[in-house]
Design a protein around this ligand. Structure first.
Ligand SMILES: [Zn+2]
Length: 468
């Protein structure tokens, strides 16, 4: 490679291996892969100076349902005479899920993905279950909507893993729910061949290696044992990541105990489904022993604290999980708020509120940066592990997915190098996110995205049309 093809940046501060460094430049080759980090004066002089900026690894949003962006703020009231819970919220969500057109889903995805980029997210795991027409009929292309969602991510510039979701039934012994008709594929063989078709399409277009497919049986409730095992077997053969909603609500545990005589994590462990390719989304209502099953099997746990607090789900026992060495990552889920650092700080704050104690997630703390390092990692490197993507940290051989934050933004101004990461994790506002790069390519510059006006205008039109 000629020297001319190499590009490099020198920010004031750079987060490498959890440590904030100064005077370090980093360089990429023409495909945007990091080739070296250097403090040598000759190298530092060649790099583009990012003055007043700290550069951090791009954030990884492991669990997203982009279409739910359209119901933001539209579920914050009770139906007359009724308690409002996750389950009543779900009926409101289904009302939107059944009515959205493919074009509206595409525009909502672009708006949500843009908001993610502007908040420093560079990779998303989209848990996608809107497959069919409202009456359950298949589109002539069974992956029509999935492809539109992938296209939305690629147009905006976000790296995406589309987690193609399998759904079969309302639940054990439950009558079909018309709100779910759009999600259902009646047999595992068809689900697998549809997934193969989408994987082939993604490979054909390659998308610069920035789109991939995984699988996601929706929950223990929504599939049968045999259906789940068939999909898990397919995922094992293809080495795909396998994501599943697990124990978000106590009602899910009760149904699983009724059907299988065990709560979901225990049952999944018995079925041999936990492991390094498995991610349990939520995993809130689990026992300490089940936290051990997840950790010991190398599974990931995706907490979605901003969404979970909105849906009255509860708070994940991050203390149990981290004490056992589990990989905790984060997701924006229902899109009520898209701010992965808020999710990171809530992991700790929810436990402070319950336990009336501070620094719960690093009680042994020999170093002042440990808690902030742990929490930043949940929003970056741990998410990359869950989605099996070679991102989440700035090191040689990885794509340069990074965020440049403004050190003069009032939410972090005045932080010393040693205290910067704690300022970022506990107080950074989105106004500080100025530059976002994916694979060495600048997608947000000075806090603006080139498609920002048009995507916003299209999304406002969709909202007007959809809600009247
Ligand atoms: Zn979800």
């Amino acid at each position: 490679m000629s020297e001319n093809a190499e590009r490099g940046w020198l920010p004031d501060f750079l987060l490498i291996n959890g440590e904030i460094k100064s005077g370090t430049a980093f360089f990429v080759d023409e495909s945007g892969i990091i080739t070296r980090l250097s403090q040598a004066p000759a190298d530092v002089g060649r790099a583009q100076r990012l003055k007043g900026r700290a550069v951090l690894p791009g954030l990884v949003n492991v669990h997203s349902h982009t279409f739910q962006r359209v119901i933001r703020g539209r579920t914050e009231w009770r139906n007359q005479g009724q308690r409002d819970t996750f389950w009543t919220w779900r009926e409101k969500m289904y009302d939107a899920a059944t009515r959205l057109t493919p074009e509206q889903i595409y525009q909502a995805a672009k708006a949500a993905f843009l908001e993610m980029l502007l908040s420093g997210i560079t990779t998303v795991g989209e848990f996608h279950y809107l497959h069919h027409q409202a009456d359950g009929d298949r589109y002539s292309d069974p992956n029509l909507i999935g492809k539109l969602v992938i296209q939305a991510a690629r147009e905006v510039g976000l790296r995406i893993v589309l987690l193609r979701t399998a759904y079969l039934r309302a639940g054990y012994g439950k009558a079909p729910n018309p709100g779910q008709t759009r999600f259902i594929t009646g047999d595992a063989a068809t689900f697998i061949s549809d997934t193969e078709e989408l994987s082939g399409w993604v490979k054909k277009f390659r998308f610069r290696g920035e789109a991939e497919v995984g699988v996601a049986p929706h929950s223990v409730r929504a599939v049968t044992r045999d259906y789940l095992l068939e999909i898990a077997d397919y995922a094992r053969q293809q080495e795909l990541c396998l994501h599943m909603h697990v124990s978000e609500q106590p009602g899910e545990n009760e149904a699983c105990i009724q059907e299988y005589g065990a709560s979901p994590v225990t049952w999944l462990e018995r079925m041999g489904l936990l492991g390094p390719r498995f991610t349990a989304v939520h995993a809130i209502h689990i026992s300490e022993a089940e936290a051990g099953f997840l950790a010991d099997s190398g599974s990931s746990i995706c907490a979605c604290p901003t969404s979970e607090r909105n849906l009255a789900d509860g708070a994940v026992r991050a203390d149990w999980l981290l004490a056992r060495g589990a990989n905790i990552c984060l997701g924006s889920d229902s899109q009520i708020q898209i701010d992965l650092l808020e999710d990171a700080r809530l992991l700790e704050y929810d436990l402070r509120m319950q336990q009336l104690e501070r620094v719960v997630l690093d009680p042994a703390a020999p170093g002042r940066e440990r808690l902030s390092q742990t929490l930043y990692q949940t929003a970056s490197k741990s998410g990359a592990k869950s989605l099996r993507q070679n991102v989440g940290e700035l090191s040689v051989g990885k794509p340069a997915d990074f965020v440049g934050i403004d050190l003069d933004d009032l939410s972090v101004a005045g932080a010393s190098r040693e205290m910067l990461l704690a300022n970022v994790v506990f107080s950074l506002e989105r106004t500080a996110v100025k530059d976002v790069y994916v694979g060495g390519r600048c997608v947000v510059r000075d806090g603006r995205h080139p498609l920002q006006e048009s995507i916003t205008a299209e999304f406002k039109r969709v909202q007007r049309e959809f809600w009247g």
